[in-house]
Design a protein around this ligand. Structure first.
Ligand code: ACO
Length: 403
């Protein structure tokens, strides 16, 4: 039970709540989480059912508009997205302005913010028809943009979208395929990636989503708000964790240390190391997404014939941690990103591309929450207060007189 007190006016009193652990900044009907019991639902539908039966773009529609679409509505939504997947040709030059090995999240953030300059007729968020266009453009163009960033980092030729292929399938083709060469993709892998995108699609008021809402509360356009969310997601305590998990597993392999030794290092807080992919602000039991991803990691690695030592290490880490007093007491369990990096890596994505995959998955959630915020009559510009602990008033001292 979360006790809820509504404060709707400025009373002069200030609540001090670092990290907003106990502060609801909005009402929302998008996503429900029960962290004690490991429950996650999008618009009321259990994540397990959506992961098994739905598709990423159907989930996007559900999150944004609140209901599952009927067949004709879904078809029209997919067609609209399909039509807008090309990026403006000038974007190729835009990408070349960055070092080829610059972090993809920085380039993606700049690219998404930059879309606003190409689609100025879609910027007014209070015109819902324009907002609809902006969200379709974003959903359509982000996979193309991410594949361009990946291709450029590898020094390989860019591919244009293929309108005959599905969204996730064509994203894989644009990322790994070559011009004038057939590219057949195992449908089971397309399905696995699509499912991972579903699992990431929303998670109520997490750091990046709260950022999107806060930025958007100033009526900043959708592109600017989502770009800010991408900046928040890049941090290793948030979306950057999927990359950090793989670096951690590689580190354990490279240094040849035992899993127990690594866990001891974490417990002793040596060099501030944390068990990456473990712990969550809201889940104080097993993250339901992590359970689904763990099964999928087994399937995908088996399918690709990868006998991945790192999967064994990850499972051993989980086993040791779940039975260790340090983790039990603090209620630290694997989160969604403990196993995702292993799947992305087996599929061939370079480590630096993991967090952009999270961003692609989270995009529908950012859009849905932005839209919900914009149409909510209770929304006011976000403007937290503070508890000032600095100096009291003092007089300016001229430079000559300072000691
Ligand atoms: N490894 C070791 N100890 C941990 C971990 C961890 N992964 N996470 C939390 N702790 C410990 C803290 O050291 C602290 O212990 P203390 O009381 O002895 O100081 C206690 O657990 C509480 O931790 P907080 O940092 O206060 O928890 P908070 O809710 O603020 O942080 C967070 C949550 C950021 C996710 C944290 O668990 C973490 O850093 N995890 C690793 C990074 C990660 O996997 N992030 C992905 C989050 S999910 C997502 O974005 C998809």
């Amino acid at each position: 039970g979360l006790g809820i007190a509504k404060v709707l006016s400025t009373t002069g009193d200030v609540t001090y709540d670092p990290g907003f652990a106990n502060t609801a900044a909005c009402e929302s009907s998008v996503t429900y989480i029960d962290g004690d019991n490991g429950i996650l639902r999008y618009r009321g539908y259990p994540i397990e059912q959506l992961a098994r039966h739905s598709s990423f773009l159907e989930v996007a529609y559900l999150l944004i508009y609140g209901e599952l679409p009927d067949a004709a509505t879904l078809e029209a939504f997919l067609r609209r997205i399909q039509r807008h997947r090309l990026l403006h040709e000038d974007f190729k030059a835009f990408f070349t302005a960055f070092p080829h090995d610059g972090h993809p999240m920085a380039i993606l953030q700049a690219g998404v913010a930059g879309l606003a300059t190409y689609y100025e007729d879609t910027l007014d968020p209070h015109d819902l028809e324009k907002l609809d266009r902006a969200l379709v453009l974003l959903l359509a163009k982000m996979p193309t943009m991410i594949s361009y960033i990946a291709k450029r980092a590898a020094g390989l030729p860019l591919l244009y979208p293929d309108s005959q292929r599905g969204y996730t399938e064509d994203f894989i083709r644009m990322t790994f395929g070559m011009p004038y060469q057939a590219y057949d993709i195992d449908p089971a892998l397309v399905r696995a990636l699509d499912m991972l995108l579903i699992l990431h699609a929303d998670h109520e008021q997490n750091c990046s989503t709260s950022t999107v809402r806060l930025v958007g509360s100033s009526d900043a356009n959708l592109y600017a708000s989502v770009a800010s969310g991408i900046g928040a997601l890049a941090g290793p305590k948030h979306g950057g964790a999927n990359e950090a998990v793989l670096r951690m597993l590689n580190d354990i392999v490279d240094r040849g240390i035992s899993v127990q030794e690594y866990v001891d290092k974490v417990k002793n807080k040596e060099d501030g190391v944390r068990l990456m992919g473990f712990g969550h602000r809201v889940y104080k039991s097993y993250d339901p997404r992590a359970a689904i991803v763990k099964d999928s990691a087994h399937d995908v690695l088996t399918r690709l014939g990868k006998n991945d030592q790192k999967l064994d290490i990850a499972m051993e880490l989980e086993e040791i941690a779940l039975n260790d007093e340090y983790f039990v007491q603090r209620r630290l369990y694997p989160n969604v990103d403990f196993y995702t990096g292993l799947i992305y890596s087996a599929m061939g994505f370079p480590t630096k591309m993991f967090t952009p995959l999270f961003a692609l998955g989270r995009l529908p959630g950012w859009i849905a929450q932005y839209r919900e915020m914009i149409i909510d009559p209770q929304t006011r510009i976000g403007r937290p207060r503070q508890v000032y602990i600095g100096e009291v008033e003092r007089d300016y001292v001229p430079l000559r007189a300072r000691k």
